[in-house]
Each structure stands twice: as structure tokens, then as C-alpha cells.
Design a protein around this ligand. Structure first.
Ligand code: WTA
Length: 636
């Protein structure tokens, strides 16, 4: 990778200026000098922010897997591409070379072809963090199929709605998965999910736990019956720059999850460029991102970004606390990890343990440590800095989103001086702006507002699968001409950004984005429930936890409220997944509503937080008396 690296702060400012003054020239050079193409583009970028139509590198022909795999074979064939670390520390790690990964991907692409998958078909992947997850994603990319990975913690009905939304032809899953000391019946969840997914023709099953599962004749097939016989030669499909690469679902303010569509060339260029710079990546590094591949962080910074750079990337199947709360530190020591990238919620939960768990491991291989997914609080930042980075490793607090494809605002290690809780400066090519409620740009420093981005960058999602109108409305209408992130931010006196959190109805719990609407919808399915409202409240480890206010159809004092609470949480767990369960449920006789019928969530938020000091203007409330009732009944 040439002309790619930012060396110091003056160089950053120089590159940044160049990228803003002439984005076309900037990205043209990066794309040209660092990736392999079958054919060059005619136009670097074409966009219409009103219509939310964005195209990068139009006319180019490529395949991302040529960049992730094939091109490394000559020089790095024997280099380890993936280190796979099992949930069980006694199971041997796998070291998969670039040559072997390439071979596995070609064989897998042949298996998928034999089972009827073609270019443009959607394939849902519901797998634990095992090598086959990476292999099947890359196989899809190699053959031009569109992968849609569904986090393997989602419930059957969450899987059903995603599979139906993208009309997937195939689901790839495993018999089961291991998480800590638990074994989870993944195939059973898929069996339930596929009952209502007419588009699914085949379910391909990978063996992981060797547990007994039901196989439906004609629909379900074992990978082991196909893979050993598959040829290792596969002719890579030639893709257009804007051909879909993958769909990844994210929560929105309204009920239905949004299938964010990322396309091929821009995503590849952006993740490759940002990986190299944000992690100060060097040829012999061992890079580890602890995210699940089922989230965008895993797509961009376990798989595609590292592999286009020819890096060694660790895939970890387990959890931070199994078998003991030092598993992360043990893995860093074992594999001599140089870059470690995790989430504030993991940092907070490990910081609660005795620091002897960290001290007993040699973490001297670390050079850069990172954080992603939610704001990192001061205390967690310092603990991470002191105990993990030993005050020597810069912390890259990376702000970005499923929609942005790659990191947008982040310090560059050894370049940008860090500041606790600040994501600091935008990467080259990224133009953040703060907007007020009246849609005016807030200029100057020491200000806060709604975070928007002014000009497109190559990694931005192109649409919501099957619903361009919703894409346009969600991201491009609140502040015309700009991409609206849904986050609030402040800019300090030096121009550093600090992300303050969501300004919409998305709540981030343990780093997972949860929309209030789908959770409310699922609570309302309970026969005893008339209406409900969910808000977030601060939680020491999870960042936010969920507080539900629930109106029952009949107040009936006789009902066992604790039993009802359990039933409501079970319902949420079944329809969305255990991550969306509520920490507190308060039964109320009404909700504070405006005259137009809108729930005034800011009042509920204050009550959930236990802050009764100032409810702000309540004059537009239809039923102001309800506020006292709810306040008095608050659960501590
Ligand atoms: C939040 C994850 C503060 C933010 C890559 C964003 C952050 C949402 C940070 C996207 C950070 C992510 N500091 N907040 N460093 N990183 N967020 O789509 O609210 O799962 O909008 O993408 O996470 O979450 P998503």
C-alpha cells in the first residue's frame, strides 16, 4: 500500500486539506495505487444528496476477494491471514495462511454454486465466530452473491424478518455454537425461523458442536457432504463498482430493521484506507478486533479492511470472561497481539474485575488499542489507558456507524494527540458539521449540535435494501444536502469532536443498537398489555439499560406483577433476542402525551434516571397529572 500512510500531525492536516479541496483527486489516487482492478473507473464520484443517490468509481470492474486474497498469494501465500481462537482455551488455535484461505473460499464458492446460488442472490449467514463465517462471506463476494450476516444472538423471529426482507435463497448456519460455558442450538433457531421464509431453498449446515439436529429432506444439507469433494478452482466473478457486496441490518426508530446496502468498490477502498491509518498497521502485526462479525465492525475491521491490507486478523469465538475474566489478556499474550480493538461495554465489565487479571499477563506486544460502538466514559478510558495500554499505546476512540461503512472520526495513532472521551478529528475525506434544530450550521468551536456529514465518502451505504425512500427520509431530509448521523456531538476549542450519544429513538445497550419501536411492538403483543414506552437510563457496564413503562388493559391488582414482568421479558427475548430485555418494568395507568398523541420521552427518560429536578416545558401535555403518578411509582 503506497501513498496511504499519514506520518504526523502536519501531514494529517496537509492530507486532510487536500482531501477536502479535491476529494476526487484524493480518492482517485488512493484507489488507483492500492488496489487491483480489472478495469478502471470513468468517474470517481457522482452524487445527488437530495435524492440520496451516490456512486463511487463508476465503470470500474473488480472483485473484492482478488484484493483480499488472490493478490497476496505471490508475496504472502504462507503468511497467516486468520488466527482462529476457540471459545475453549484448550482447543488448538488455527493458523490459516492466505493460500489456505484462498483455497477454502474457492471450494466454498463451488459448494454454493452447486447448491444453486448465483450472482446477485442473497445468502443469509447465521454462524458463530468460526472460520467458516469468514470463508462463506468471502465465497459470496467471490461469486457475486450478496451476503447478509445475521448476528447469531438474534431470535428466530428476528431472523425470519431479515431473511424475508432480503428474500434470501439460502441460509448458512451450524448445528450449534459455544459461548462461554453454554452451547446454543443454532440449527433449532433456524428451523423455527425458516417455517415462515418462502424464499429459502437450502439451509447449509456447518458442524461445530456435533450435537444432533433435525435435517429436513431436500432443504437442509451438511457442508461436510459437499466441501471435501469441491474443486479448489473457481473463476472469480467480475463485479461492477456499484454491485451490491452485502446487506447488514441495523435498528431504526421505527419497527422494521433497515437493511443497509454496501456496494463493492467504495466500501473496499474506504475500509482498506481507514484500517491502515487508524490502526497504524504494519506488515508483521497481529491485529485483533473482538467484535462479532455479525456487526459492521466485524465486517469492516475483522474481515475486509485487514485482508485487503494483507494483515493477520484474529477471530475469537468466545467471550471475555470465559473461562476466567482474563481471557482477552491471555489471548493478547498468546498471539502477541499488536492492535486490540474492543467496545466500552467490555472495557467497563473487565475494569470491574481485580486488576491482577490484567497484570498477570504480558501485554507488551500491544502498540495501539481501540474503542468503538458507544461513547467511552472518562473512567473506562483511563482504566484502558493505564492497565491495558500501560500509558504507551494510543487509544483510538473510533466513531462510525453501520451506515458509514468505516471509521469516520478517530485519532490516528502517533499522529493525533488523544483526549479522553473524544473521538478527536475527522479522517481525510470526512467533513463533519454540527447543525441546530433550525437547520442552521453551527460554526466555531466549543459548540454542540446534531452531527451531519457534508460530502459523500466512498464507504457510505448506498440505500436501504428495497426501500430507497426510507433511506432518503432517514438520512437526507432532516438536514437537506447533508447526511444526518442521528448522533449529537460537541466540538471543543481545538476542533476535536466528542460524540454525546443518539438524538433519535435508538438506544445503545452494551454496544448494540436497539430501536425503541420494535421492543415496544413486541411488548404490546402480550395479551395483558395495552401500550408501552421504552427509554434508556445510564448503566455502569452496559452504558445504557432499558426501562419500560407499561399500561395494562385491566389494572387488576390481583395480577402477579413479577410474573408479568418475566413474561414480557420472555416475549422480547423470543421476538428480538435476549439483548433487548428490559432491566426495569414499571406498570403505569397512562403515559405523558402531547396533544398530538406523541409520547414525551424526555420526561420518561428523566424519571428513569431518577432526575426529578426539571421536566422542562410540560404545558403541551394532555395529561400532566400522570407525571407525578409515574414519578412516585418509579422503580429504583
Ligand atoms: C455509536 C458501530 C461514541 C453512535 C460502528 C453511532 C459511538 C452508533 C462510537 C453506530 C464512538 C459508535 N463514540 N459513539 N466511538 N462508535 N458509536 O451502527 O451512536 O452498530 O451512531 O456501528 O454507535 O452503531 P453501529
Amino acid at each position: 500500500m503506497k501513498n496511504y500512510v499519514i506520518h504526523d500531525l502536519p501531514d494529517y492536516f496537509k492530507q486532510y486539506k487536500k482531501s477536502i479541496k479535491n476529494p476526487k483527486k484524493f480518492w482517485d489516487k488512493i484507489a488507483d495505487e492500492n488496489f487491483v482492478w480489472y478495469q478502471r473507473w470513468n468517474k470517481v464520484v457522482k452524487f445527488d444528496m437530495e435524492e440520496a443517490k451516490i456512486e463511487w468509481f463508476k465503470g470500474a470492474k473488480l472483485n473484492i476477494t482478488k484484493n483480499c486474497l488472490d493478490r497476496h498469494l505471490a508475496e504472502r501465500g504462507d503468511k497467516t491471514a486468520i488466527i482462529w481462537e476457540s471459545n475453549d482455551p484448550n482447543e488448538e488455535a488455527q493458523y490459516i495462511s492466505y493460500r489456505e484461505l484462498h483455497e477454502r473460499v474457492c471450494k466454498m464458492a463451488n459448494v454454493l454454486t452447486e447448491l444453486g446460488v448465483k450472482k446477485g442472490d442473497r445468502v443469509c449467514i447465521y454462524l458463530p465466530m468460526i472460520p467458516e463465517l469468514a470463508v462463506t462471506m468471502l465465497a459470496c463476494a467471490k461469486m457475486g452473491a450478496v451476503h447478509s450476516v445475521i448476528f447469531a444472538g438474534f431470535s428466530a423471529s428476528a431472523v425470519t424478518s431479515r431473511v424475508n426482507d432480503c428474500e434470501a435463497k439460502m441460509i448458512i448456519t451450524s448445528d450449534g455454537s459455544y459461548r462461554g460455558n453454554k452451547a446454543i442450538d443454532l440449527k433449532g433457531i433456524i428451523d423455527e425461523a425458516v417455517e415462515k421464509t418462502p424464499s429459502v431453498e437450502k439451509v447449509l449446515v456447518v458442524k461445530r458442536t456435533n450435537t444432533e439436529v433435525k435435517m429436513k429432506e431436500g432443504r437442509d444439507v451438511w457442508l461436510d457432504d459437499y466441501y471435501p469433494k469441491a474443486s479448489a478452482d473457481f473463476v472469480t466473478k467480475i463485479m461492477d463498482a456499484e454491485d451490491p457486496l452485502f446487506i447488514l441490518y441495523t435498528s431504526g426508530s421505527t419497527g422494521k430493521p433497515k437493511g443497509m446496502l454496501h456496494t463493492t468498490a467504495g466500501y473496499m477502498v474506504y475500509t482498506g484506507y481507514t484500517f491502515k491509518n487508524v490502526f497504524n498497521y504494519k506488515e508483521n502485526d497481529i491485529y485483533w478486533c473482538t467484535a462479532d462479525i455479525g456487526w459492521i465492525t466485524g465486517h469492516s475491521y475483522i474481515l475486509y479492511g485487514p485482508l485487503t491490507n494483507g494483515a493477520t486478523t484474529v477471530i475469537f469465538e468466545g467471550v471475555p470472561t470465559y473461562p476466567e475474566p482474563d481471557r482477552f489478556w491471555a489471548v493478547i499474550e498468546k498471539h502477541k497481539v499488536t492492535q486490540f480493538y474492543t467496545a466500552p461495554t467490555a472495557i467497563r465489565s473487565l475494569a470491574k474485575e481485580s486488576s491482577s487479571w490484567v497484570e498477570k499477563h504480558d501485554l507488551s506486544s500491544l502498540r495501539v488499542i481501540g474503542s468503538v460502538g458507544e461513547p467511552i466514559n472518562d473512567e473506562a478510558w483511563h482504566w484502558y489507558n493505564d492497565h491495558v495500554g500501560k500509558k504507551k499505546c494510543p487509544i483510538v476512540d473510533t466513531w462510525w456507524q453501520t451506515e458509514t461503512g468505516g471509521i469516520m472520526i478517530s485519532p490516528l495513532p502517533f499522529v493525533t494527540p488523544t483526549k479522553p472521551t473524544y473521538a478527536t478529528l475527522p479522517l481525510p475525506g470526512i467533513q463533519p458539521v454540527l447543525m441546530d434544530e433550525k437547520r442552521n450550521e453551527i460554526t466555531g468551536n466549543q459548540v454542540d449540535g446534531n452531527l451531519c456529514i457534508r460530502f459523500p465518502w466512498p464507504g457510505i451505504a448506498r440505500t436501504i435494501w428495497g426501500d430507497h425512500q426510507r433511506y432518503k427520509e432517514t438520512y437526507f431530509t432532516a438536514f437537506p444536502g447533508k447526511y444526518f448521523t442521528g448522533d449529537g456531538a460537541l466540538r471543543d476549542e481545538t476542533g476535536y469532536y466528542r460524540i454525546t450519544g443518539r438524538v433519535d429513538d435508538v438506544i445503545i445497550v452494551s454496544g448494540h443498537n436497539l430501536g425503541t419501536a420494535p421492543i415496544e411492538d413486541s411488548i404490546n403483543l402480550h395479551p395483558a398489555v395495552a401500550e408501552s414506552a421504552i427509554v434508556g437510563f445510564p448503566h455502569d457496564i452496559k452504558g445504557n439499560a432499558l426501562y419500560g413503562f407499561v399500561i395494562l388493559k385491566e389494572t387488576g391488582e390481583s395480577r402477579d406483577k413479577d410474573h408479568l414482568r418475566k413474561e414480557i421479558n420472555m416475549l422480547i427475548s423470543d421476538t428480538i433476542g435476549p439483548i433487548a430485555k428490559l432491566d426495569k418494568i414499571q406498570f403505569v395507568s397512562g403515559l405523558p402525551k402531547t396533544r398530538s398523541g406523541k409520547i414525551m420521552r424526555r420526561i420518561l427518560r428523566k424519571i428513569a434516571e431518577g432526575d426529578f429536578s426539571n421536566f422542562g416545558d410540560t404545558s403541551t401535555l394532555l395529561n400532566p397529572e400522570i407525571v407525578d403518578e409515574i414519578k412516585d411509582g418509579r422503580i429504583n
